[in-house]
Design a protein around this ligand. Structure first.
Ligand SMILES: [Zn+2]
Length: 137
């Protein structure tokens, strides 16, 4: 039986990756969502429960991060299910901005103030996507 822990996709991105692509177009929520979801699901859209490939309307909903009901196993999920983003309330824009600010060298306190969340949230994100060189900031 699969658990949430062993289905987490570790093929995500680093703060350096986000800094490399960051620019004015990343002020657009759609651009942020597409970039992150493509990084989370480089092999395409699949049901995280049974592994069925998604097509048509299901694939469209998956890439929009809207709930999808698998026609094979009947489970409902989103593109975040079973990934590092499962259960996280941050928007895609906030995630990109956090990564960019980390790569720029901002401290957890500075980033938390800009995003409007607490430092612990930023500390946890730094552990997941932060650059090793700036983890102790
Ligand atoms: Zn399924």
């Amino acid at each position: 039986m699969e658990t949430a822990e062993n289905t987490i996709n570790l093929n995500f991105f680093t703060a350096a990756d986000a800094a490399e692509i960051f620019g004015p177009n990343f002020l657009d929520a759609e651009v942020c969502r597409q970039w992150i979801l493509k990084r989370l699901h480089p092999a395409g859209a699949f049901c995280p429960c049974c592994g069925s490939s998604l097509a048509g309307r299901q694939a469209t909903r998956f890439w929009q991060d809207r709930p999808v009901c698998c026609t094979e196993c009947g489970k409902t999920f989103t593109a975040r299910t079973g990934t590092i983003l499962a259960g996280k309330n941050l928007t895609y824009q906030e995630i990109i901005l956090i990564a960019y600010l980390m790569a720029r060298g901002d401290s957890n306190s500075e980033i938390a103030e800009i995003i409007g969340c607490n430092r612990e949230t930023i500390r946890l994100w730094r552990r997941q996507i932060g650059d090793v060189a700036c983890q102790e900031i």
